[in-house]
Design a protein around this ligand. Structure first.
Ligand SMILES: [Zn+2]
Length: 250
């Protein structure tokens, strides 16, 4: 179907689910961490098992996260993040599932009740032992050139940014909410995800099998495009501007 037809379906839906990946944040200036010059080429992500086992791995984790923290201080939500907030205000949003750890959906104003951050968030630091929460600024601003890995002032456990690291299990409750929204969606919209990583790629398939209309908006083609009812390859901000103008004229 074309954008016109898609917009017509969107207008009457009360159960839209968005699923977002890195592509939605590039227009905010968040680079793909895997790309050349990205922060992952300078600091390798640390496996969770290594983080638990070795101080040097923990220091490597904090060096990477400090660089990310400095970057995340400077980025703001863009038109697409805000457009999704409008769906919640209109009572059309069943849920928003994101793979991103940049916290921009929350900063844009999506409520916790409607948001699942599948891979956790870098906007929080937690204790792995007692789950005490810390403001990132309180931790990162104390990390100088040379430092030891920060520990919890309540229990002495290791602190860690609240993202889900490689080798760390996916949060059970987040997975369950994402699964349930995917089953109940009447429109499921993928935004800026290449859908090449599991379990990300499974949610659109679940939604489609349960009868949702599936839309995929991404700069490049994805492996699930053939299954989708509506596909838009192009800039994401531009897509939301065009959709918004179609939703406006009724
Ligand atoms: Zn603790």
């Amino acid at each position: 179907m074309n954008l016109e037809q898609f917009a017509t379906r969107v207008k009457t839906s009360r159960a839209v689910v968005f699923f977002t990946g890195a592509g939605i944040s590039t227009e905010s200036g968040v680079p793909d961490f895997r790309s050349p010059g990205g922060v992952w080429t300078k600091y390798q992500p640390v496996l969770f098992q290594d983080f638990l086992a070795s101080e040097s791995a923990r220091i490597q984790h904090w060096q990477l996260k400090k660089a990310t923290y400095e970057l995340f201080k400077t980025v703001e939500p863009n038109f697409a993040h805000l457009a999704i907030c409008e769906f919640e205000k209109r009572g059309q949003l069943l849920g928003l599932i994101t793979q991103n750890i940049d916290g921009l959906h929350k900063i844009a104003g999506t409520s916790d009740a409607k948001l699942v951050e599948l891979h956790g968030t870098d906007r929080l630091v937690t204790c792995l032992k007692c789950a005490k929460r810390y403001e990132p600024a309180d931790i990162y601003e104390d990390l100088g050139e040379e430092f030891t890995a920060p520990t919890c002032d309540a229990c002495g456990g290791f602190l860690k940014s609240a993202n889900v690291s490689f080798g760390q299990s996916m949060p059970v409750e987040a997975m369950q909410r994402a699964q349930s929204w995917s089953e109940q969606a009447d429109i499921f919209v993928v935004i800026g995800s290449s859908l090449q990583v599991q379990p990300a790629a499974s949610f659109p398939v679940i939604a489609k099998r349960c009868g949702a209309l599936l839309a995929i908006v991404n700069r490049d083609p994805t492996p699930l495009d053939d299954m989708a009812d509506f596909v838009h390859n192009g800039a994401i901000g531009d897509f939301f501007r065009r959709l918004q103008s179609k939703l406006g004229d009724s």
